[in-house]
Design a protein around this ligand. Structure first.
Ligand code: ZN
Length: 95
């Protein structure tokens, strides 16, 4: 598998909400079939303005403290990784 395919695979299959919860030790509220709200991992806001779509595996912050994105964007922003490091980590997490 090429790196690009592995990355697409990771973006699709890695459970973003599960990963965020494991990192932030936080609880989610399930507000729809595949939508979860958690306290924001970026600005630390206690209000649940951070949503994760499990189906699309994308996150979105309602107050715009961080641009919406995928697991790779999450790793870049939350863990201060470079794009390359984030891709490598996402692929590893998906193994
Ligand atoms: Zn925030």
């Amino acid at each position: 598998m090429s790196t690009k395919e592995e990355l697409l695979d990771a973006k699709r299959n890695l459970d973003l909400i599960h990963y965020i919860k494991s990192q932030c030790n936080t609880k989610d509220i399930n507000v729809g079939r595949s939508t979860f709200l958690v306290p924001c991992p970026f600005c630390g806001s206690g209000s649940r303005h951070f949503s994760v779509d499990r189906k699309k595996n994308l996150y979105h912050s309602f107050n715009g403290c961080v641009p919406p994105g995928s697991i790779v964007d999450y790793l870049i922003n939350a863990e201060s990784l470079s794009v390359h490091e984030a891709i490598v980590k996402a692929i590893k997490l998906n193994e």
